[in-house]
Design a protein around this ligand. Structure first.
Ligand code: WT7
Length: 634
């Protein structure tokens, strides 16, 4: 495994090489894969347009590198281990050979139902092996998958189906999560009332819930695969053909479809998986994310399987049937690398140490964190009580748009520091800029985080709207990719991520646009206007605080708040429900009508000391009225 960094000096050497000779550096790593045709040049780029290409004119299929390449070397190794929601249900294990067969079989089923190269396929499924099989089958035949987290509402699902004009939807009858069975197929039925492009829906039987099956449209998964061959040719894909679209929220408008392409994503997810977690053949790797988020794409499915790893998939939630579920699973499968979110750590920390104690966690070699800044307290708890003080804790900073981990320690090789993502991985050139875009060089600086040079798995566009991609990421600072995060570099040169500097909030590691939540709240007939901000939340990182102006006639405050929460759950999904709603007489606005969110954020954070200059407000008295009825409960 020559692509694996072994020492600190090795990291320094690789990093320097990646900056001085990026083409040689990435070209060498890409040589580890099977290409149907070699690339002509490693990269071409222009951050103005933006136009970025990696492994130009190379032809490749990512599933040949996950499946065919491993058949004769590690065909009998476990590729996927699956643990069900109920502890009593049997484990499913798929070897690389079995995964190959299942992916090919489902590829043939999709082809038989009219899906081909370039068609879009929505995957709205529970955390079951078939979700990974579905993704890989799309990649095998060149269809573009877009996984939608199964907690999103029918309206959100319909928006995504319509935005990418999907031809097929893959789903299940229901979804087991904790003590609930969620009727997923019913949500799809509901969504399809406002969609015209979907020709087939393939439904996996999981919960046994009654579903309606429309003839000509709906088809059971087990019927679709019946009689299909266990081999299927891998479509020839250009390195820059689209692998998938993943929708994510921004500060304005509806979620946008981040587009990732085949070649660069393949090389980068493999390389970062191998190095950050220092994966060794035979290890069991567990990432607790859902496949509906980018973490699930890159570090449950693509990265681990490209590296020939054994990846564990868990259907349930950390607290069911008891809040010891994570620790029990680590013990059961002797997990070696464990990758989770700070919000889960903080939630489980609250249950005390006694629930961990019965389990043997000594198999763990590396523990990881992703999704939001990890506070020092949670860092130390995770490091001491889960890692038992001897597992490197990698705090991995990245985004849906970056496709893979960007800033992180390399486990056991580069040093860590609590609450610091630390150092850039080879190939990544982060810079911190001031408001004017001037690079802040040296240490002890704080500003906005940008990346000044392309990396293989960066987003290429936003689906159907390239201008939106340019505006969102490449126009704030000329010639650079802007992350939307603030960051500081400390006296040792380590990077600490300070959180979003735009109108995006991060709730339990899930990204939400305040505008999107406001739009949903405003759909309630009694709502006149609303403003949403984030506030510090002990477990979720950030909570959602909504200020709402309402027509109260015929309603009590309590039932109006319940209705507003329900409206948001119906339009976006339960994850976007406001934690706090304050009914207000007005909002602090400037004379030009702009809401002064700075003031609302301070009130929501119970930071009432200094409201700053409020003289430019249209109605300064409104601030006092808001403060008086603020919801300050923690
Ligand atoms: C935003 C991206 C990356 C997969 C999960 C979230 C925040 C992510 C960290 C970290 C501090 C982090 C950033 C980023 N974030 N990881 N280790 N430390 N903040 O993906 O939904 O695209 O959100 O999550 O604010 O911009 P996402």
């Amino acid at each position: 495994m020559s692509n694996k960094i072994q020492t600190l000096s090795g990291y320094i050497h690789e990093y320097q090489k990646s900056v001085l000779q990026p083409e040689e550096f990435w070209g060498r790593i890409a040589e580890s894969f099977h290409w149907k045709k070699h690339w002509d040049s490693v990269m071409e780029w222009d951050f103005e347009k933006p136009d970025v290409k990696w492994f130009v004119n190379g032809k490749v299929n990512i599933t040949e590198n996950i499946l065919d390449r491993h058949l004769f070397t590690i065909g009998d190794r476990k590729a996927i281990i699956w643990e069900a929601n109920e502890p009593g249900e049997a484990t499913v294990e798929l070897t690389y050979r079995e995964l190959y067969e299942k992916v090919c079989q489902f590829s043939n089923a999709m082809k038989a139902n009219g899906v081909g190269k370039g068609d879009r396929v929505i995957i709205y499924m529970p955390m079951v092996p078939e979700a990974a099989i579905a993704m890989l089958a799309c990649a095998r035949i060149g269809a573009i998958h877009s996984v939608v987290f199964a907690g999103f509402s029918a309206t959100s699902l319909a928006d995504r189906i319509n935005d990418c004009q999907a031809k097929m939807v893959l789903t299940s009858d229901g979804n087991f999560r904790g003590s609930k069975a969620i009727p997923v197929k019913a949500v799809v039925d509901d969504a399809l009332k406002s969609c015209t492009t979907v020709e087939k829906v393939i439904v996996l039987k999981r919960t046994g819930t009654d579903v309606s099956m429309k003839s000509g449209l709906d088809m059971w998964w087990h019927d679709a695969i019946e009689g299909q061959a266990l081999s299927c040719p891998a479509e020839v894909m250009d390195s820059e053909d689209v692998l998938y679209i993943l929708y994510t929220s921004g500060s304005t408008g509806k979620p946008k479809g981040v587009v990732h392409t085949v070649g660069g994503y393949m090389v980068y997810t493999y390389y970062t998986f191998l190095n950050v977690f220092q994966y060794t053949a035979g290890d069991v790797f567990w990432c607790t994310a859902d496949v509906g988020w980018v973490t699930g794409h890159s570090y449950i499915v693509y990265g681990p399987l490209l590296a020939g790893a054994t990846t564990l998939m868990f259907e349930g939630v950390p607290t069911y049937p008891k809040p010891n579920r994570f620790w029990q699973i680590i013990d059961k499968y002797k997990v070696n690398q464990f990758y989770t979110a700070p919000t889960a750590i903080r939630a489980l920390q609250a249950y005390g140490l006694d629930i961990i104690e019965p389990f043997d966690l000594s198999s763990l070699k590396v523990i990881g964190s992703v999704g939001e800044p990890i506070n020092e307290e949670a860092w130390h708890w995770y490091h001491s009580h889960i890692g038992k003080g001897n597992c490197p804790l990698v705090d991995t900073w990245w985004q849906t748009e970056t496709g893979g981990i960007m800033i992180s320690a390399i486990a056991g090789i580069t040093p860590t520091k609590p609450a610091f993502a630390s150092l850039p991985l080879p190939g990544i050139q982060p810079i911190i800029v001031d408001a004017e875009g001037k690079e802040l060089k040296g240490n002890n600086v704080e500003g906005n985080l940008c990346i000044k040079f392309p990396w293989p798995s960066m987003l290429r566009t936003t689906w159907g709207d390239h201008e939106r991609c340019r505006q969102t990421y490449f126009s704030t600072y000329k010639g650079m990719y802007f992350t939307g995060d603030g960051a500081k570099r400390d006296h040792d040169g380590y990077i600490r991520i300070l959180g979003r500097v735009d109108d995006v909030i991060n709730v339990s590691g899930h990204r939400m646009g305040t505008a999107e939540i406001e739009n949903a709240i405003n759909e309630h007939p009694k709502v006149i206007e609303s403003a949403v901000v984030g506030y510090p939340h002990d477990v979720k990182g950030q909570g959602i605080y909504a200020y709402v102006i309402c027509d109260m006639e015929g309603r009590t405050e309590a039932n109006l708040k319940d209705e507003i929460r329900l409206t948001v759950a119906n339009i976006i999904g339960p994850i976007a429900k406001p934690d706090k709603i304050q009914i207000v007489p007005g909002l602090p606005k400037t004379r030009s009508g702009k809401i002064m969110r700075r003031i609302l954020r301070k009130v929501a954070s119970n930071d009432l000391g200094n409201m700053g200059d409020t003289s430019t407000l249209l109605d300064p008295d409104v601030v006092q009225a808001i403060i008086e009825t603020a919801d300050t409960a923690s």
